[in-house]
Design a protein around this ligand. Structure first.
Ligand code: ZN
Length: 371
């Protein structure tokens, strides 16, 4: 059976006519049975019931490689047993031409929707996938596939990618530092990203642009708008646009609940009208790019829920939608040797693939690697 939304072990048991006492017996198995208290809708659960309406066995697939089995033994006791199978990661390659949209072409080449998102993310600062992509563009990928007992269970990370846009070739390779921090770089070690996010909120619409003169909706007089407003539902997470230090977190007249962050290189960002803050933030806290610092609201002078976002460059109010963002740092020199060693084989694999016939899901080559 499939776990439904709102299901818990006791809800499922009562639906199957099993007693509440049986559910307690299972929970009493402790740690071993604990995954049954964290089931998610869509999970698979097999329950066998004896003729006398007592529980015979439960089989729960916790993850593609992990399962929990609860059995009633000969002494009429329940026993729990978890099985974890090794996951094997293999590298696969795929290639495609754009002849409709990036999305459709990628799906046609056997890629998952998740991989299309990864691809768009990796090259997001180089290529505008909504505007610039055209017929005849071409992509090539090396990506991970996860296998359990020889069966492909899911795809993993994109390990290397190439996108040819209007004849211009962009390449990216994934690198994980010895400390475990992963990112995408050009094969020469240059960063593909920027030190800042363009948009500090997702799923939003720009409700008011940067302008040095506009009619203010509350004061009803001309007042410059030295930031950008992103309309989004109350509670939408707001991300730190770049790494930095919290300069101010609190209430300030028209801004309502506001966070100000100071970044290296003379940059400062301001996030106003929040409904609430990330409780962990204090003046002087260090934040990472993309970290949630608070949530959209309409505190202060706001007529509806939105983020008022300001981008200051060396003290000057700047339009964040057109500002030239600083490049993210390249591979630090201390990791350079490790970077070249780690990325060589996937780049070779992508290059080999370029001389071969186009691959798709049916004939994607697979090379075994260590997980
Ligand atoms: Zn505003």
């Amino acid at each position: 059976m499939r776990v439904q939304s709102g299901d818990s072990l006791s809800v499922i048991f009562s639906r199957l006519g099993l007693s509440a006492q049986e559910a307690s017996n299972v929970i009493a198995l402790g740690d071993q049975a604990a995954p049954l208290e964290k089931m998610r809708p869509g999970d698979t659960l097999d329950i066998l019931i004896s003729a006398d309406q007592s529980l015979k066995s439960i089989n729960y697939q916790i993850a593609p490689n992990q399962s929990l089995s609860i059995q009633r033994n000969a002494d009429n006791q329940l026993t729990a047993n978890q099985i974890v199978l090794p996951v094997e990661t293999r590298l696969a390659t795929a290639e495609g031409h754009i002849d409709s949209s990036l999305y459709q072409s990628a799906i046609d080449a056997g890629l998952s929707a998740n991989m299309v998102l990864q691809l768009a993310d990796i090259f997001g600062w180089k290529i505008n996938f909504l505007k610039d992509v055209q017929n005849g563009d071409h992509f090539r990928l090396v990506y991970e596939e996860k296998f359990v007992q020889g069966k492909r269970v899911q795809t993993g990370h994109v390990m290397a990618a190439e996108f040819t846009n209007a004849g211009k070739v962009f390449q990216a390779v994934r690198y994980t530092t010895p400390e475990g921090k992963a990112g995408y770089y050009e094969p020469n070690g240059a960063s593909l990203g920027r030190g800042f996010l363009r948009y500090p909120v997702e799923f939003s619409r720009i409700s008011s642009k940067f302008s040095l003169a506009r009619l203010h909706p509350i004061y009803d007089r001309i007042k410059p708008h030295k930031g950008v407003d992103f309309a989004a539902p109350t509670g939408t997470p707001i991300h730190a646009a770049g790494a930095g230090k919290v300069e101010f977190v609190g209430w300030q007249h028209g801004y309502g609940k506001v966070v100000k962050i100071k970044h290296d290189g003379g940059y400062e960002t301001v996030y106003g009208h929040m409904s609430r803050f990330n409780d962990a933030l204090k003046k002087g806290s260090t934040v990472a790019m993309g970290q949630t610092i608070g949530f959209v609201g309409m505190t202060g002078d706001a007529t509806g829920p939105h983020l008022h976002y300001e981008f200051h460059v060396k003290g000057v109010y700047t339009d964040p939608l057109i500002a030239k963002m600083p490049e993210a740092n390249p591979i630090p020199s201390k990791y350079r040797k490790d970077f070249l060693a780690q990325t060589q084989s996937v780049l070779d694999l992508m290059a080999q693939n370029s001389q071969a016939a186009p691959l798709n899901a049916a004939n994607a080559s697979a090379l075994a690697t260590n997980d």
